[in-house]
Design a binder for this molecule. Structure first.
Ligand code: LLP
Length: 414
């Protein structure tokens, strides 16, 4: 079901007109649908009823505490990559016993915070990290539960900036080098080996790379068992793509079924770390057309959202569909949709055919993932508010920043 639908010519989030939200809260502004989040999570989980599993939402995709709270209430765990994300999960009412901690550069302080909170597992990404984690745990009189993130060297066939499973990426330990690292871990007094972890990239639209990676991970698990190292969970990471344009990513059911088939009834708990697939199409970015600038070579629609609000187009040349909040017939013109930031890379979309007038509200779709979470204050622009729609109610889940907040931590020289 789609929770962003046209009703009498006006695009709605559930039962609220996006034009009303723009009027009430101003633009730019992010809008999320609680039902869309809920349905995505439940759909993902539906294929897993026969197996011991935990879905750990990748917080980096959308860390708003209202979003995290919706997932926490549905029973989700969380995949974090910083002490900051841990603090958010706890503030949102997430269960620390369902948290896995990924990332190549965990600091000793972050390790201490996570050990103190009692997280489920550290996804350790190097032999040096293992040594440090053992020391930190020893200092606290604790034993750290770990998985080793292995790099299976499979090509996820996605954008090079978001591909992580090839052997020349900075992530994880090459799968061929993993056994001695596991042996080291098993011998460390303050480390307990729990699992194997693997994440090969993001916005992956085919099942095959996931299954190739799992195949290699299962091979490793067997070798580890021969070495008397028991693995109680396999974390298959995140990475399932969504439809931005005309991509056809696997449905959750196909994906989970393929994984379960590959597992072939092996008794092991499965962990998943989906981010984008749970939130990407549960959110949009509303923006107002400020100016139309018609020129011989190009027409520009200058809108009030910019690369600081949604940097995916500038950073990855990513496509986001852009539609009017209110439909209007008549002739369309082809526009570059650009923001006010002083960079040629500041665009939200190229060559979009739209019938526009100044002050129109545009809806930039698929902005629930890696949109607000990657927003910045470039050009001293306040970050936009976030609104969560629940049926016919709107809840402001993050206020618009005030300009004075942006330099409140700065000081003039004495
Ligand atoms: N687990 C780990 C260890 C990760 O590094 C990531 C994403 C995920 C899970 C979640 O992946 P997802 O299911 O969302 O694909 N900023 C980029 C995406 C970067 C993804 C980084 N890691 C974008 O806007 O496309």
């Amino acid at each position: 079901m789609n929770f962003f639908e046209l009703k009498s010519g006006v695009l709605h989030a559930e039962n609220v007109a996006l034009t009303d939200i723009a009027e009430q809260y101003g633009t730019p502004c992010y809008v999320y649908s609680k039902q869309a989040l809920t349905q995505a999570f439940n759909d993902f989980q539906a294929g897993l009823s026969t197996t011991d599993h935990l879905i750990c939402f990748a917080v980096k995709a959308n860390p708003n505490i209202a979003v995290l709270n919706v997932f926490a209430q549905l029973g989700a765990g969380f995949d974090i990559v910083s002490g900051g994300e841990l603090a958010r999960v706890l503030a949102a009412g997430g269960d620390p016993k369902k948290v896995v901690f990924s990332g190549v550069g965990k600091t000793a302080d972050e390790m201490r915070a996570a050990l103190g909170a009692g997280i489920l597992c550290f996804n350790v990404e190097s032999a040096s990290e293992l040594v440090r984690l053992n020391q930190v745990a020893e200092g606290m009189g604790k034993v750290a539960p770990v998985s080793l993130r292995v790099n299976p060297n499979v090509d996820a066939k996605t954008h090079p900036y978001i591909s992580t499973g090839l052997k020349n990426n900075k992530f994880g330990v090459a799968i061929d080098d993993a056994v001695p690292v596991y042996q080291k871990a098993a011998a460390m007094p303050n480390i307990a080996v729990h699992g194997v972890d693997c994440h090969i990239g993001s916005q992956i639209t085919e099942i095959a790379p996931f299954i190739d990676a799992l195949d290699r991970v299962l091979g490793l698990v067997e070798v580890l068992e021969d070495h008397k190292i028991h693995i109680s969970h396999i974390d298959v990471g995140g990475g399932i793509g969504i439809t931005y344009d005309n991509e056809t990513p696997p449905e959750f059911k196909q994906y989970t079924q393929a994984i379960l088939e590959k597992l072939n009834k092996k008794q092991v708990k499965l962990l998943f770390e989906p981010g984008r697939a749970l939130v990407g199409n549960a959110g949009v970015l509303l923006t107002k057309v400020e100016y139309l600038k018609l020129a011989e070579s190009k027409n520009f629609a200058i809108v009030d959202a910019a690369m600081n609000d949604l940097m995916r187009p500038a950073l990855y040349d990513a496509y986001h569909d852009i539609v009017p909040a209110q439909t209007r017939g008549g002739e369309k013109t082809v526009y570059e949709i650009v923001g006010p930031v002083c960079e040629t890379g500041d665009f939200l979309g190229h060559d979009r055919a739209l019938n526009l007038r100044e002050n129109d509200i545009l809806v930039v779709k698929s902005a629930g993932a890696y949109a607000m979470s990657m927003a910045s204050n470039y050009n001293t622009r306040a970050r936009a508010p976030e609104i969560m729609v629940d049926n016919n109610q709107c809840h402001i889940v993050r206020e618009r920043e005030q300009i004075t907040d942006l330099f409140a931590l700065e000081r003039k020289m004495p």
